[in-house]
Design a protein around this ligand. Sequence first.
Ligand SMILES: Cc1cc2nc3c(=O)[nH]c(=O)nc-3n(C[C@H](O)[C@H](O)[C@H](O)COP(=O)(O)OP(=O)(O)OC[C@H]3O[C@@H](n4cnc5c(N)ncnc54)[C@H](O)[C@@H]3O)c2cc1C
Length: 396
Amino acid sequence: MTKSLDILIIGGGIAGCCAAIALSDQGHRVKIVEKQTEWRFQSSGIFVYANGLVSLDALGLMDDIVAAGFAVPHGRNTYFDHHGAPIVETRYPTPDQDRIPAILGIKRAEMHRVMAARVSALDVPLSLGTTVERIEQDASGVDVTFSDETQGRFDLVVGADGVRSKTRAQIGVELSPRYTGFGVWRSVHTRPADLTDKIMMMGPAKRFGIMPISDDKLYTFGTMAEPAGAFYPPETWPTEMQARFAEFAGPARAFLEELGPETELLYTAVEEVVMPLPWHAGRVLLIGDAAHASTPFMGQGGAMAMQDAVVLAQALGRFDELGAALTAFGKVRYPVCEFVQNVSRAVGESGAEEIDGDLEPRNARMRETAQSAVDGFYTKLDALNAAGDAQLRSAG
Ligand SMILES: Cc1cc2nc3c(=O)[nH]c(=O)nc-3n(C[C@H](O)[C@H](O)[C@H](O)COP(=O)(O)OP(=O)(O)OC[C@H]3O[C@@H](n4cnc5c(N)ncnc54)[C@H](O)[C@@H]3O)c2cc1C
């Protein structure tokens, strides 16, 4: 696109911040509206695997984000059963001759701090406590009425407003997020200095993970089936989490025992958004969870949102016609997001299988297949990304 565009981004989460950075870097005039009156995020941990870090590198954010988190040495992931007996160790890839770490753990709030600082350094206007009431478009632009009754006209509107996206409904897509049947219990703790691996403990129909997120903190995450519509008052979360994962010993035990009213703890019911293309209607595009929220079992939803931002900026750079750029964006991103969603869903479902009695057959299978599953996932992801790159390079 030779012309610089006026772009409205709705939602200042991972997708919105990264898109604001990528698009301003390309010379577009960007504005963000964010519905929170105080711009902050619930503070448990998040994983960023190497593919997400590659996108953060392209956005110029990787070094600051790595400095604010904890890069797992050699991308080591150690599996235990729920009694604490070791099963197998896997390694995640470290691209660009090990320059890009394999797995970073970071507090979600710390990642936001770095992203928000860059958004502010780029002088991107941000309206907090603001949403969009009405979107009307014609061939040459989009008229937006904000919740504060002001109005604006934009060349492009990017809906980055998450899993329950209102923008999605405003462009006529009737799609509610699907409850996946899983809940995730997350808690933040002081990190013992010698706990530096990503740890996954495989219970019967439950998993419990431990992940360093800084020099002195780690977070734990327990996943299991939860009934649809279940509500647990926050004050009950410590005892609910303890009860659910009571059979976990080994490295989990001390952290489970530590849970109490002072613990930073979060329960989340997991939803998915599986939306066919197109992800845009006219000049309004959906990105991030608004278009393709995934289950968290591959730790990839944030990485997909980061990559959306990078690819959107590339697509706008390749095409002179906006519709062609948005169509190309969808074609490049859909296969990658669909692959991640499918693998993540399958991983969640296999982790929820009941195992009666002897865990050894499952453990033996993991010893044989765990590393090849990691390698297979990243090889396929690389191939899909390479195909997308080639598509964009040959276009426009
Ligand atoms: C339990 C769990 C664990 C996860 N763990 C990981 C992980 O380890 N690694 C990983 O990469 N991903 C993980 N994810 C996924 C990741 O959190 C999401 O994919 C990511 O946050 C998507 O970013 P987003 O910007 O699209 O949406 P969000 O982060 O949800 O941001 C949306 C933003 O839009 C704002 N907003 C909403 N509605 C409006 C409106 N109408 N107007 C204006 N603003 C609005 C919201 O306030 C918010 O700021 C996990 C998800 C879950 C549920």
